[in-house]
Design a protein around this ligand. Sequence first.
Ligand code: SF4
Ligand code: SF4
Length: 241
Amino acid sequence: MSAAKRPRTVADLRARLARLRLSGPDAERAKRLLGLYLETAEAHGQDFDTVAREMKAGLPAVRIGGADLAAQDGAPAIREAACAPGCAFCCILAGDDGGVILEAEARRLHAALAPLSGAPDGREWSARACPSLDPETRMCRAYDARPMICRTYLSPDAEACRQVAEGVPAPGPGTLGAQRLYLTVQAAGRALLAGAVTVPTYALARIAAAAVEGRDLATALREARHKPRVLDDERGRLAGD
Ligand code: SF4
Ligand code: SF4
């Protein structure tokens, strides 16, 4: 995209949104909800830089995903979940990435964990556990700052989660739809800001590891930054592509 086409106003972002082609099952809903965010921002006189900073950080995506999750309260998948305090097979991660999180979530997670630097972490319980985990209680030490992927993940069967943690596929564990919606909103926001602002995603486990190992936020963000395709790959995976 040429510099001349860069968006410079909130109205430019709204015009881009109207033309945006986005694939995936949540695309139209994500566009509509992001459109409401932009409409509200414009009505309140928010300038482009403020709106772009919020979108880059993922704040609209987190709010929209959070609202969708709250609306699911009491849904069968939540009522029937086996999730309980100290049940933490889902916090044993498949690799050193741990899942896609957005900048605002990365900053919050780092801030919550940095004061715990040097204390025993989840990797003393299981080598591949999330560094946010308490190895004794198996509770998340950053519960209030845990990202959307952790808030949306559940299972009707903890044994299935144990199998998945051991690399054996098992039906049941997975994320609620709010996770896919929030990633789609962020993908839409990234497309609107193209040419003006770069919108990275980050690896949950790498942010957590950097924080508990005493590295500062700038270093953590640098170490955990994803390649651009990771967001689309994760959206495709959740859509079953
Ligand atoms: S997702 Fe699985 S491992 Fe995690 S709390 Fe729920 S039942 Fe336990
Ligand atoms: S941040 Fe907390 S809830 Fe999420 S994987 Fe790590 S320990 Fe588990």
